[in-house]
Design a protein around this ligand. Structure first.
Ligand SMILES: *Cc1c(COP(=O)(O)O)cnc(C)c1O
Length: 419
């Protein structure tokens, strides 16, 4: 197990554009009050390696780390091309995705600040369930503000959070001033991630809790590099050096967590020779059609603006099942790497992706999360290319999660009979 997290800021060729506060410091002030102090310090730190606290490392072991690196041999045979495909299996952790990698660190640092509880927002529930698990393992209460529409429509991850002892509130709620205001205007408001973020921050600020952030910012991605650092060691052990790296992007922490340790080495050496591919959903096309500019990270506009590829904080995505890919923007660090041309973008539509997920499940025996399945068409693209040119390629894929709680969504799109 790696003993340190990796910080890409140490190896970027120039400083990242800083956060911008259009409200004269008010947003930065809120951030200082509600976010645990050590992650906030790390957010602007240039230390290349940061020691993982013993208490976090020990819980990484407990929840299933290190996760296996699995060669997808049968999928290789199916593609019938000169490629080797290695999957870093983040679905092997207790809540079934990479999100626990940072949730444990956030909750640990919140407690070090003396927080009475932690708060966070969640859409479909992957991040919320990771925080609920982390809070359970550190014996502290988690209040999770869950987008109201998902609270009722997607109860399985809510049950998981409740199983871990978290309090899950449909957002907008009447627990905050912001929530009450919205409910007074529309008692049936379906909610949004932006509203849930604002409620989580307000609730933490008011009652002595800390608010924990699940993606996008540097500190969060740094905590998630445990996955990439493990993969690096695993590949060294078997003497492989990938040519192509593929991962999906919600806010960017899965992608950065898996690949920053690799691209960081290349940036430091002065030459990036591998291909890095970031994949999103066609229905939320920020990696292919986003604009690189300052934008709000939340629709409530209470957090400082960040320079990133965005399709706009007001963008309302169509109801797609890959809930983890619905975010409107790409993490500033990853956006910078895309802007500099080190990382390519791809988008695929839900129908194409789900059909390939079904093929993959039948060939490899593993049901990927709908988000994770967006990597499959790119793997096929690289395989087709390798078959044409005859050039052998080694591919590393961040396999961000399993789809066992998403089978209802697969049933909808693939047309299985439902009761
Ligand atoms: C949340 C999620 C993602 C997207 O994560 P980011 O770190 O926000 O980019 C990808 N895959 C799965 C399985 C997820 O749960």
């Amino acid at each position: 197990m790696p003993t340190h997290w990796y910080n890409i800021l140490a190896d970027l060729p120039e400083p990242l554009p800083p956060p911008y506060d259009p409200d004269n410091g008010k947003r930065l002030e809120l951030l200082k009050q509600v976010i645990p102090s050590e992650p906030l310090r790390l957010e602007f730190s240039n230390e290349r390696f940061v020691k993982i606290p013993e208490e976090v490392l020990e819980r990484y072991f407990q929840v299933g780390r290190p996760t296996p690196l699995i060669r997808a041999k049968r999928f290789e045979e199916y593609l019938n091309a000169p490629v080797k495909i290695y999957l870093k299996m983040e679905g092997y952790t207790y809540t079934g995705s990479h999100k626990i990698n940072s949730a444990l660190a956030w909750v640990y640092y919140a407690l070090k600040d003396g927080a009475k509880f932690v708060t966070t927002e969640t859409g479909a529930g992957q991040w919320g369930s990771a925080v609920a698990l982390a809070a359970a393992l550190f014996r502290v209460k988690a209040h999770v503000f869950m987008v109201r529409a998902s609270y009722y429509a997607k109860p399985l991850r809510r049950y998981l959070m409740q199983m871990y002892g978290a309090e899950v509130h449909p957002s907008p709620s009447n627990l905050t001033e912001f929530g009450k205001k919205i409910l007074s205007e529309n008692p049936n408001h379906p909610g949004s991630l932006g509203i849930a973020i604002t409620e989580s921050a307000e609730y933490a600020q008011r009652y002595g809790g800390k608010y924990v952030v699940g993606s996008v910012i540097n500190a969060d991605i740094m905590f998630k590099t445990i996955a990439g650092l493990e993969a690096k060691k695993q590949l060294e052990l078997i003497g492989e050096d990938p040519d192509v790296m593929i991962g999906v992007v919600g806010g960017g922490s899965n992608w950065g967590g898996a690949f920053y340790p690799f691209i960081g080495d290349e940036l430091r050496s002065g030459k990036v020779r591998r291909r890095y591919i970031a994949v999103g959903a066609l229905e939320v096309p920020k990696v292919t059609k986003g604009v690189y500019k300052y934008d709000d990270p939340d629709t409530g506009r209470v957090l400082p603006q960040l320079k990133m590829y965005t399709i706009g904080a007001d963008f309302v995505p169509p109801p797609i099942y890959a809930g983890g890919l619905r975010y409107h923007a790409v993490a500033p660090t990853l956006s910078y790497l895309m802007y500099k041309g080190y990382v390519e973008g791809r988008d695929y539509d839900q129908e194409t992706v789900f059909k390939m997920a079904q093929i993959f499940a039948q060939v490899e025996g593993y049901v990927p999360a709908p988000e994770t399945a967006h990597t499959l068409p790119v793997i096929k693209e690289i395989a087709d290319e390798a078959r044409r040119t005859g050039e052998r390629k080694v591919i590393l894929v961040s396999f961000s999660g399993h789809g066992l709680l998403d089978l209802g969504n697969y049933a909808d799109v693939l047309g299985f009979e439902k009761t």
